[in-house]
Design a protein around this ligand. Structure first.
Ligand code: NAD
Length: 291
């Protein structure tokens, strides 16, 4: 396929490289980053989109997505599939889809899970929203960039799944960090804590795969001085998106709201630029009155 790729940052660059390595012709555009090996450089988003069979975007937020779609939708050829892999708010995803489908294009919102490691290894999970024919057109590309793609429903359903998943992740990571900090103060050995919890009913991804305690469990950002990984400010962004979405449908998400508040406090007080699991040393230094 002839593919345009817009947004060649930490995630977009390895994804574009994998498409090129699989034999597709990839033309990329980014305001700042240069294209990775095997990807031809375009001078604008419109040029990257023009005449392509598929156009993938991997951008920071919904406002930027709207600006880029205003440029690429008129440039894309009828019948092309637009695949937005950014994490954005549900309304922006639906608006982008409406704009594209009104112009005779296929559109999928397909945010990802798996981080930069998954992007490099081609093992991302895609959660997709859009018409069945749009999902079918994008599926061969998901199979190269990832190991699993779930069609979650109509436009916006991929973003809905993403923010629900990450709300769980924010809450469970906080729970795990609180439990380790409490265990420390109770004099419990961290390895013993891990050995018990990882095989008991407290087991979850935040303990078993991404343990926030350095030197414990499989290798994780905690073992690399909490370098991201998944940055705390990206977790905060996703928790804010989930609260925006919850507000729009009047859903009760008290723990999600509290997780957002805690990540806000963490990012304001030294957490910015650190992995989201660095919540453990932050909590461990606090006492009960600090909340
Ligand atoms: P990033 O900041 O590294 O990359 C974004 C890129 O978009 C940058 O290179 C920037 O220059 C470019 N850009 C911004 N405005 C542009 C425009 N108008 N035209 C062209 N390029 C433009 O971010 P990232 O880590 O690659 O994340 C991208 C998206 O993926 C975000 O929505 C993020 O929430 C989501 N995500 C990230 C991770 C992760 O672990 N990094 C995991 C899952 C999802």
């Amino acid at each position: 396929m002839d593919i345009g790729f817009i947004g060649l940052g930490n995630m977009g660059a390895p994804m574009a490289r994998n498409l090129s390595a699989a034999g597709h012709s990839v033309t990329g555009f980014d305001l700042a980053a240069s294209p990775p090996e095997g990807v031809t450089s375009a001078t604008s988003a419109a040029e990257a989109a023009s005449g392509r069979d598929a156009v993938i975007t991997m951008l920071p937020d919904g406002a930027i997505l709207a600006r880029v779609y205003a440029e690429i939708v008129p440039a894309a050829r009828p019948g092309a599939v637009l695949v937005d892999c950014s994490t954005v708010d549900v309304d922006s995803a639906r608006a982008a889809s409406t704009l594209a489908t009104a112009a005779g294009l296929l559109a999928v919102d397909a945010p990802v899970s798996g981080g930069t490691g998954g992007a490099a290894a081609g093992t991302l999970t895609f959660m997709a929203g859009g018409a069945p024919e749009a999902f079918a057109a994008a599926k061969p590309l998901f199979e190269i960039m990832g190991s699993r793609a779930v069609h979650c429903g109509a436009a916006g359903a991929g973003q809905s799944a993403k923010i629900c998943n990450n709300m769980i992740l924010g809450i469970t990571m906080l729970g795990v960090c609180e439990a380790f900090a409490l265990a420390d103060k109770l004099g419990l050995d961290r390895q013993a804590m891990y050995d018990v919890v990882s095989t008991s009913s407290g087991a979850c991804w935040s303990v078993n795969t991404y343990c926030p305690a350095p030197g414990i469990g499989p290798k994780s950002p905690a073992d690399n001085d909490y370098k991201p990984g998944f940055a705390a400010e990206l977790m905060l962004k996703d928790l804010r998106l989930s609260q925006e979405a919850a507000g729009s449908v009047d859903a009760a998400t008290p723990l999600g709201a509290h997780a957002r508040d805690l990540y806000e406090a963490f990012v304001r007080s030294g957490g910015a630029g650190r992995d989201f699991s660095a919540m453990l040393p932050w909590l461990a230094e606090r006492n009960r009155d600090a909340g």
